[in-house]
Design a protein around this ligand. Structure first.
Ligand code: FAD
Length: 498
């Protein structure tokens, strides 16, 4: 599906052949970047640099960009044949670009917005005109605002939102484990807590429409401490995180998208880094000895004074570490599996629901299309409906044959927006659990009991190795903004060190 086309287009823009790569090869430990100015896909790597960054997602590339700006000799080694990691543009056959991975940005996500602006990647507002659709037990209704006016959940929703925001306000985003209730909150799942707070089980079901796209998991798999911290991080140094900002569309986390697709941010960063980015260079082994870190990749071994690891947490465990990672870090990473998430998009000649006064947003208590957005490109056409299929919904539909899942998704869209939704001109889906260099998405989730015990390991350097990646961020962790923040923080750590 999209990955194939995305990759081909990307390679056209980024990669150079063996001839270009040859210019990047250093001899005798000195490495002069080639004039070709593009990422390399083959050929040996330099023998030595100041800093090696493992992973060419937004976080790793931001770290490299920051270091390069400060004059450091840096090399990004990326396993895939493209940059961007969990962000991936998909070019529609019918024209326009949508995203298979991370897409939305919003207020207080200052770092990704500033970076994109610096790179000339412009945003546009998510379409929110008209009414949203709400489906429960086969009954369809429409509403405006953020919470469906369902009498069985309205009171619960207002109280819960308040309680979650209050808990979040007590959390130090840098150290959630320091909260006086940390152990107790970490021992309880979100689902258990919600059940004790609400009058109707419908509230729990509706909350999954937020949890599943946000985490690729359900409230039964994460702790209350994680939820309180995740909400606390939905802000910045001047604006405390709130549930509304994390879950909402206009003026919240789903406020805007990128006109050229979010992957244009890492693509442009990589272009500027040129042959300091090596694709198809998975890191297999990291050896720290004699004052150096030796990073073994499929394209050769490079030594550096410092390493920034910016790959998804579970994948760190696949690297052969010498010396072995500290036991507490292994415990942390072992207990941070990736979520289960796919995006399913149906494409139509026009966004026909807009003419019917509908925004294209929908929530459903059941079926394949629990959380739906208008995903139409900036140009206003073709019309695209997007369903997030995550957590237990992914478990129900993600393993079905594609045709069956497609039918379920289109039927869900039709229930929300009418029969016309059954006849797309194009259908595309992307399952992140099938990506070997992501193994899931959108984020890695600490199991209950993890944050309060081994959480403090998350950013602790290991010898010459420092940690980036969105999961290490203290604001917008799990988002593109968190990836930028983490990359900048890790670069800062490295710059201070010999
Ligand atoms: C379906 C989906 C929807 C999302 N929606 C949003 C959204 O709307 N808004 C938002 O802000 N965020 C969203 N996200 C999350 C966002 O995409 C991520 O938070 C962000 O892209 C993570 O960036 P990163 O650089 O930390 O990690 P990654 O993007 O995962 O980058 C890590 C890189 O490391 C590479 N790698 C892994 N192992 C190795 C190895 N051994 N050697 C070398 N390289 C390696 C990988 O190939 C990858 O390129 C979504 C994610 C998904 C999957």
């Amino acid at each position: 599906m999209g990955a194939g086309l995305g990759r081909r287009r990307l390679l056209g823009g980024l990669a150079v052949g063996a001839a270009g790569a040859a210019g990047a090869v250093g001899t005798g430990g000195l490495w002069t970047p080639s004039p070709a100015g593009a990422a390399t896909t083959s050929g040996p790597l330099p023998d030595q640099v100041d800093v090696i960054v493992v992973g060419g997602g937004i976080s790793g590339l931001t770290a490299a960009r920051t270091l390069k700006a400060r004059g450091a000799k840096v090399l990004v080694v990326e396993a895939r044949d493209r940059v961007g990691g969990r962000v991936l543009n998909h070019h529609l056959r019918s024209g326009g670009v949508i995203e298979a991975g991370g897409a939305f940005v919003g207020p207080t996500q200052d770092r990704i917005l500033k970076l994109a602006d610096d790179l000339g990647v412009k945003t546009f507002k998510e379409y929110v005109e008209g009414e949203n659709v709400y489906v429960k037990n086969g009954n369809r209704s429409t509403y405006t605002g953020t919470v469906p006016p369902d009498p069985s959940i309205l009171l619960d929703a207002a109280l819960l939102q308040n309680r979650i925001n209050t808990m979040a306000s007590e959390i130090d985003v840098n150290a959630p484990w320091d909260h006086p209730q940390a152990a107790a909150w970490d021992a309880m799942t979100v689902r258990e807590w919600v059940a004790g707070q609400t009058l109707s089980s419908d509230t729990d079901t509706l909350l999954e429409c937020y949890f599943q796209p946000s985490w690729g998991s359900d409230g039964g798999n994460v702790s209350l401490l994680f939820l309180a911290w995740f909400i606390a991080t939905a802000g910045n140094e001047d604006n405390p995180g709130t549930f509304e900002r994390s879950s909402g569309t206009a003026d919240a986390a789903q406020d805007s998208r990128f006109k050229l697709g979010s992957q244009m941010v890492p693509i442009r960063m990589a272009r500027a880094l040129g042959d300091r980015v090596a694709l198809r260079a998975p890191v297999r082994r990291i050896v720290q000895r004699d004052g150096w870190a030796h990073v073994h990749t499929d394209r050769g071994t490079v030594r550096a004074k410092r390493v920034i690891v910016a790959c998804p947490p579970p994948l760190v465990l696949d690297i052969d570490w010498h010396p072995q990672l500290p036991q507490r870090r292994r415990q942390l990473l072992t207990n941070m599996p990736m979520g289960h998430l796919m995006k399913c998009d149906a494409v139509y000649e026009t966004p026909f629901w807009r003419e019917a006064g509908l925004s294209g947003s929908g929530l459903s208590h059941s079926g394949a299309t629990r959380t739906v957005f208008d995903n139409t490109p900036a140009s206003g056409g073709p019309g695209v409906l997007l369903a997030f299929v995550g957590g237990s919904t992914w478990k129900a539909y993600g393993r079905l044959p594609r045709a069956e899942r497609k039918r379920a998704v289109l039927e869900g869209f039709a229930e929300m927006f009418g029969e016309q939704a059954l006849r797309p001109i194009e259908y595309t889906e992307h399952d992140w659990t099938l990506e070997p260099w992501s193994t899931g998405g959108p984020i890695a989730l600490p199991r209950p009991g993890t944050i309060s015990t081994v959480g403090p390991e998350i950013r602790k350097p290991f010898g010459r190795v420092h940690w980036a990646g969105t999961e290490t961020s203290t604001y917008w962790s799990g988002f593109m903004d968190g990836a930028v923040r983490a990359g900048q923080r890790a670069a800062g750590e490295v710059l201070d060190k010999p």
